[in-house]
Design a protein around this ligand. Sequence first.
Ligand SMILES: Nc1ncnc2c1ncn2[C@@H]1O[C@H](COP(=O)(O)OP(=O)(O)OP(=O)(O)O)[C@@H](O)[C@H]1O
Ligand SMILES: Cc1ncc(COP(=O)(O)O)c(N)n1
Length: 260
Amino acid sequence: METALTIAGSDSSGGAGIQADLKTFSALKVYGMSVITAVTAQNTTGVRSIATIPTNIIQDQMEAVLEDIPVGAVKIGMLSSSHVIKTVVSTLVNVKATNIVLDPVMVSKSGHHLLEYEAVQTLKEDLIPIATIVTPNLPEAEAILGRKILCEEDMKEACQQLNELGPKYVLLKGGHLEGDPVDVLYDGTEFHHFYQERILTKNTHGTGCTLSSAIAAHLAKGNSVVDSVHLAKEYITGAIQHSISIGQGHGPTHHFHQLW
Ligand SMILES: Nc1ncnc2c1ncn2[C@@H]1O[C@H](COP(=O)(O)OP(=O)(O)OP(=O)(O)O)[C@@H](O)[C@H]1O
Ligand SMILES: Cc1ncc(COP(=O)(O)O)c(N)n1
């Protein structure tokens, strides 16, 4: 059985974070496991409060899983602070984890900060270098690089600058672009462009979490990074097309892959 581990925050409304990741793993028929880094009280309209889990408990959760069960891929989402990032990095390095998919979560769709501002430097110096693939959205890439990214040409340059930080692949997501979204994948040599007609919906809560965990699931099944991104793009597009109109704000993506 293929396995994948998510290291991320809990979203009480089930649309993003750990809950979106585990739903994606299940829909793609991969056995999912979780390390919870923070508990958020949130719904489709916003985040009310956040409790970060103590780092010794985060480390214990990781070691409990990694010392016992082979992990095919690791997806990393919300990490809250520099302390949490450092704990996650040292534990992953100790066990020589591979297939690391890093979604550098910073701000929720509803505008709430999920990572301390000062932690961006630690993310850049300690975590991005050990990632197999890092999947920032445009505002996250702008925060990491300290520059504006306004068009596809800027995205290519930003991919090159992100690649210099050390990850094997960069997938820069264009969901925040005006018009049809384009995502750009860069492996240090070649670019792959993923063009997609914009689906007209406000139900995009958890799209980044869903995409990164779908990449992890496909890596766990033994696919290459490029193939995993192709397959994950198909998955996220279907999950947005079939997204669910619940709640007053941004509704969640849908995860019954085998039904659509
Ligand atoms: N309306 C849309 N129609 C089609 N594809 C979309 C749409 N919105 C986002 N996507 C795609 O979904 C994926 C996630 O992109 P996005 O840029 O929204 O990430 P994100 O901001 O990290 O998501 P989130 O913060 O909601 O978790 C990308 O592949 C993007 O191209
Ligand atoms: C626990 C957690 N992790 C990630 C997100 C980002 O998702 P979104 O940008 O769709 O709000 C979130 N809202 N909550």
